[in-house]
Design a protein around this ligand. Structure first.
Ligand SMILES: [Zn+2]
Length: 112
């Protein structure tokens, strides 16, 4: 195996999301190569314009502890769905819309 076999990284490479919310199960894991891998510990890229750097996922909790409805699309949040602490963000893998990046530094209504 030589390095050239895996020379997929170029200076002009565009990195895109490959994990969609539907891939994330209620335990906060995604399946890759027949293994379940925790989202906690990987790095996620925030949406533009803050997408210059990847941010590590440091913790997970139940989304229903933060909100009843998706902050982006308003869909009901299933009781078991996770939400992730990513830097100053709370990131919710909504099954009805997309990865929702919330400003985690702002107090959430109903929790104070
Ligand atoms: Zn949503």
């Amino acid at each position: 195996m030589t390095k050239s076999n895996f020379n997929a990284r170029t200076t002009n490479a565009k990195y895109r999301w490959t994990i969609v919310p539907d891939d994330v199960n209620d335990d906060g894991e995604f399946e890759f190569a027949n293994h379940f891998n925790a989202i906690v510990g990987i790095e996620l890229r925030p949406p533009p314009p803050d997408n210059e750097y990847l941010i590590p996922v440091i913790a997970m909790r139940k989304a229903t502890e933060l909100f009843e409805y998706c902050p982006s699309c308003g869909a009901d949040v299933p009781h078991a769905r996770p939400v992730f602490a990513v830097g100053d963000y709370m990131v919710y893998p909504c099954l009805d819309c997309e990865w929702v990046w919330c400003d985690g530094t702002a107090p959430q209504e109903g929790l104070e």
